[in-house]
Write a new protein. Structure first.
Length: 295
């Protein structure tokens, strides 16, 4: 998933393309996850394998920056916890439910971000942000079937997608409160947090790891280092060299790629209320993104 801009820098064409490519990478992440789900792997198992592999590589790099983040250790731990929870929940939602619904419910971010910013960062809710909140909530309400949402409980996948969005927003707010933590540590602690949570979950549930061939283990390793770590590096480079408001707009590519690819490649079908809800959420996201410069 995308990271937010921490340190502004001069914009480059390579950074713009890097950010757009990262949107494609994250937008298509459901594809390998569905393949692994077909092997009977769960989101918990992915966290214990793919995310854990990246964590082992990340630990030395995070520790190397100890002198810079030691006074904000609590914030770093919270960033890892919230981002880790977001990744674990979102991975499971994509593997077990509809890709389109998971992406759209996750992208309730404008509402969570505006509300969280007002509560914890004392940000003003200007009319544009209130409009974004209203449209995103209306979009989710429409996707969930309108008033029918009160007649039946959310599915596990839907609930996890919403939880992922909440945790991602909490991590972003914590990121904005931190001032001294280097960008590399902020990025890599995501994998460490996800792995630690997965290990702690072993006290309550133990995922069954099916027998995997050498090819499948190799694909899992490639997914960890090329897809997960590679996507994170592309996003990190992009957001540190592109203006924040512009970066937020470009990152909407992730949502569009996910929805279109799930329809074209994954064969998912959308009803009219899904299209209408998606349009409302994309509009809300664009309003929130383009209002950042004036917020």
């Amino acid at each position: 998933m995308a990271a937010e801009q921490i340190f502004p820098a001069q914009e480059t064409r390579a950074a713009v393309w890097s950010l757009m490519l990262s949107g494609v990478v994250w937008g298509l992440i459901w594809w390998p996850l569905k393949y692994f789900a077909g092997l009977s792997l769960t989101g918990h198992a992915i966290a214990l394998t793919a995310y854990a592999l990246v964590s082992l590589v990340a630990i030395p790099f995070i520790w190397r920056e100890y002198a810079q983040w030691k006074t904000e250790l609590g914030l770093l731990l919270l960033i890892g916890l919230f981002f880790g929870c977001a990744n674990l929940a979102f991975t499971t939602a994509l593997m077990t439910g509809s890709v389109v619904r998971a992406m759209l419910l996750f992208y309730l971010l404008p509402a969570w971000g505006a509300i969280g910013g007002a509560l914890f960062l004392k940000e003003r809710l200007r009319p544009r942000r209130l409009l974004a909140v209203f449209l995103s909530l209306a979009g989710v309400f429409t996707i969930m079937g309108g008033l029918a949402v009160f007649a039946q409980p959310l599915s596990l996948a839907d609930g996890l997608a919403l939880l992922a969005g909440l945790c991602y927003t909490a991590a972003s707010i914590t990121n904005r409160k931190a001032r001294l933590i280097p960008l590399l540590s902020r990025t890599l602690v995501t994998f460490l947090g996800c792995s630690v949570l997965a290990v702690l979950m072993l006290m309550y549930t133990q995922p069954v790891l099916p027998p995997l061939s050498f090819t499948d283990w190799s694909l899992l390793a490639l997914f960890a280092f090329l897809w997960l770590l590679g996507g994170s590096m592309l996003t990190t480079y992009g957001v540190t060299h592109v203006q924040a408001s512009r970066a937020a707009v470009l990152q909407v590519v992730e949502l569009l790629v996910a929805v279109l690819s799930a329809i074209v490649i994954g064969g998912e079908r959308l009803a009219f209320n899904d299209y209408l809800g998606a349009a409302l959420i994309v509009t809300a996201t664009l309003i929130e993104a383009t209002s950042q410069a004036n917020a």
